[in-house]
Design a binder for this molecule. Structure first.
Ligand code: HDD
Length: 705
């Protein structure tokens, strides 16, 4: 490539530990600290007093010549930018993606292909429907958007934690979002799909059935951003050095496994800790439990019909079962740094499905093509003009020499006289690049057809894959789906919508339909045969018998005034060896002291709630009957199928809470020793004591089916 004559427009990028933002202090102090010691105006004028406006005498009036007052208030008045029209609520982190070289045969994109190449990334996770201040744990799809700052330009993989989408054509996106957002008159409910307009839409547009059943499954209420899958959703086309192409589906697979909240936990968290997922991500990274995902691809032949085993690959409401096309791991993502400034990074990051690099192309999926317009367009309103790629978090790490000029918020001082090509005034530079230079050259593809507003006939299959999904789940997961539909439809007011929803469920599975109908107190629709699903796909289950790593998991230890502090320390040591944390919960803040041993109380019965902990253990030395707030915590944890336990006379507290020490997932011992710690670690790895389910549900009155 010819050398760029003008300075690299990305040059003003200042490098803080997280890669963006103002440089922190240079004199060895905390790099996240303030940039300087002295208070100034935006123009750098030093200020003696920022607490009093300039007045004619202490009792006023305020003088117009107070430029500091005017600048300060003017800036404050304009601190807000519009929130994202969807995915407004989110949290982000910096990290690194390392390719393992396995993709070299299918793509020329170095970010994916070059073995060992490390590419900086920024990831933003989000909910879809809620406003910026809404709760994290609502039932919703989660966004999983990754910006790869590659040497060949920025590549954005803007995906979700659900592999399919509600609609097949982008022209319907405003409609599904209007239906999901709060009702226009009262602006309620916030961040929920449990209302009439959502269910009206998805039952009238049955292409939404597949995405909807994923939302009603445990995928709709993830335990953590760290324990979610991610999917590129659309089929993409990869191009290798020989200009050969394959079609692929992208998958992010979390090293910690896919885990979810229970519905009750999600509801409690939304009230007790609306920042549950944001806090979890931030704390895990601060504690060095860096979240990791493998990136995998399903490689599918690029045939003229763009289909695989009868599945139309241009239809974003369809998956390709992993049993038919295995996911091949091509690299690993590690998130290892929190943002320094939420607004500058997480709020201003601008993803775009059209941010592609050589070797990665889109397909004719009509949903993807509409997105390619939308993501660019939305930034004009949100980020105030066309120069948003100059905002630090959006700046490419590749040289930029693009001949664009001017516009709002222009940061670059462009040199050169001829911002057009070809030119002779600037000696012809910048010159267009070619394939050998690493240019983005689209693979030629033949296109023909009548101009029509229509979809292919294959897009009409709306039920076979929802049926496949439901059939593939474990019985525990199926029950959660039944409960979720019953809850959501139970929150609707319109009888006709509920009845229509039952006719949709009847096409998926007879029992699902019958159970939800019973829960709603409505008759089962007649004469509708469920779709015949493909063979089961066990890969769709998230409850697995194999344990997962427990990094970042939190065990709460309930400690009375006479607690066995040695035992607590021993349990902590064992948990920390696995990357998990222990937090002491007691009746008051401060410390617990026994002889020379001291334990800091990190949660009290007043500030703590069961949802914060993945397991709760009562230490020996507890008051026999416990504190009722501790009992509530233990009962909730038990109901949510979490490991609960006790050692010594802590077992009496379990009994006082009505918890049978012999029940599944209840861990007891005489002492806090290696055996007890091992049992806690093993239980955390399985996430929940699923075999406790019948015991917990036994106390619920079942609807008569
Ligand atoms: Fe979208 C944001 C994911 C369909 C229009 N979308 C947005 C974000 C994610 C997705 C993760 C948040 C990015 C961030 O963190 O800043 N969207 C998807 C997926 C889709 C999808 C996986 C289907 C497969 N989206 C979709 C369609 C359209 C949009 C069909 C419009 C035609 N999406 C937007 C948007 C947003 C957005 C309005 C809001 C803020 C933004 O883009 O930057 O343009």
């Amino acid at each position: 490539m010819p050398p760029a004559r003008q300075p690299d427009q990305s040059a003003p990028r200042t490098v803080s530990p997280t890669g963006v933002g103002y440089e922190g202090p240079k004199d060895g102090r905390d790099p996240r600290g303030q940039a300087g010691d002295t208070l100034t105006t935006p123009n750098g004028v030093r200020i003696p007093d920022s607490d009093h406006s300039l007045k004619a005498g202490p009792r006023g009036p305020v003088l117009l010549e107070d430029f500091h007052l005017r600048e300060k208030i003017m800036h404050f008045d304009h601190e807000r930018i519009p929130e994202r029209v969807v995915h407004a609520r989110g949290a982000g982190a910096h990290g690194v993606f390392t390719a393992n070289g396995a993709a070299a045969k299918v793509t020329r994109a170095a970010v994916l292909a070059e073995k060992g190449l490390q590419t900086p990334v920024f990831v933003r996770f989000s909910t879809v429907l809620g406003s910026r201040g809404s709760a994290d744990t609502v039932r919703d799809t989660r966004g999983f958007a990754t910006k790869f700052y590659t040497k060949e330009g920025t590549w954005d993989l803007v995906g979700n934690n659900i592999p399919v989408f509600f609609i097949q054509d982008a022209i319907k996106f405003p409609d599904i979002i209007h239906a999901g957002k709060p009702h226009p008159d009262r602006e309620i409910p916030q961040a929920q799909s449990a209302h009439d307009t959502f269910w009206d839409f998805v039952t009238l547009h049955t292409e939404a059935t597949h995405h909807t059943i994923w939302n009603m499954s445990d995928r709709g209420i993830p335990r953590s951003y760290r324990t979610m899958d991610g999917f590129g959703v659309h089929t993409f086309r990869l191009v290798n050095e020989k200009r050969q192409t394959v079609l692929v589906k992208f998958h992010w697979k979390p090293k910690l496994g896919v885990h979810s909240l229970t519905w009750e936990e999600a509801q409690i968290a939304a009230g007790v800790d609306p920042d549950f997922h944001r806090r979890d991500l931030y704390d895990a990274i601060e504690n060095g439990a860096f979240p990791e995902w493998d990136l995998g691809i399903q490689i599918l032949p690029d045939t003229p019909d763009e289909a695989f085993e009868g599945i139309d690959l241009l239809d974003p409401t369809k998956i390709v079962p992993e049993e038919s096309a295995p996911v091949q791991v091509i690299g690993t993502l590690v998130l290892n740094a929190n943002p320094t400034n939420f607004f500058a990074e997480t709020e201003q990051v601008a993803f775009h499905t059209g941010h592609l690099v050589p070797g990665i192309e889109g397909t004719n999926d009509p949903l993807l093509q509409g997105r390619n317009f939308s993501y660019l367009d939305t930034q004009l309103t949100r980020l105030g003009g066309p120069n948003f790629t100059q905002i630090p978090i959006n700046r490419p790490h590749a040289p930029v020499n693009d001949n664009t000029r001017d516009g709002f918020h222009q940061q670059a001082v462009h040199t050169g006289q001829a911002p057009y090509t070809p030119n002779s005034v600037d000696d012809g530079v910048p010159f267009p690049a070619n394939w050998a230079d690493g240019a983005y050259v689209n693979v030629p593809r033949h296109v023909e057809g009548d101009v029509v507003r229509a979809a292919p006939a294959s897009f009409d299959d709306h039920f076979s894959q929802p049926a496949l999904f439901y059939k593939s789940l474990t019985s525990v997961e199926q029950q959660h789906v039944i409960d979720a539909y019953t809850f959501e439809l139970g929150k609707c007011y319109e009888q006709g919508i509920k009845e229509r929803a039952l006719t949709v469920l009847a096409r998926i599975d007879e029992r699902l339909c019958a159970e939800v109908a019973a829960g709603l107190g409505l008759p089962v629709p007649k004469r509708i045969k469920p779709e015949k699903p493909r063979p089961e796909s066990p890969a769709l289950r998230q409850i697995r018998p194999t344990p997962f790593p427990i990094q970042g998991r939190i065990v709460g230890v309930v400690a009375g005034p006479g607690a066995d502090l040695d035992g607590i320390a021993a349990l902590r040591k064992a948990l920390e060896a696995e990357g998990a944390l222990l937090r002491v919960i007691a009746a008051h803040g401060g410390q617990l002291v026994k002889g020379r041993k001291v334990e800091i109380v990190e949660r009290t019965f007043a500030t703590g709630r069961s949802i914060e902990f993945d397991a709760i253990v009562v230490a020996d030395g507890a008051p026999k009957d416990g504190d009722f707030r501790a009992l509530v915590m233990l009962q909730e944890a038990f109901r949510h199928l979490k490991a609960v336990g006790a050692w010594g006379d802590g077992v009496d507290v379990l009994r006082a809470g009505g918890i049978d020490p012999g029940a599944p997932g209840v861990i007891t011992g005489r002492k806090s020793n290696a055996k007890l710690a091992g049992a806690v670690v093993a239980a955390l790895g399985l996430h929940r004591a699923w075999d406790r389910t019948p015991l917990v549900r036994a106390s619920m009155v079942p609807p008569t089916v």
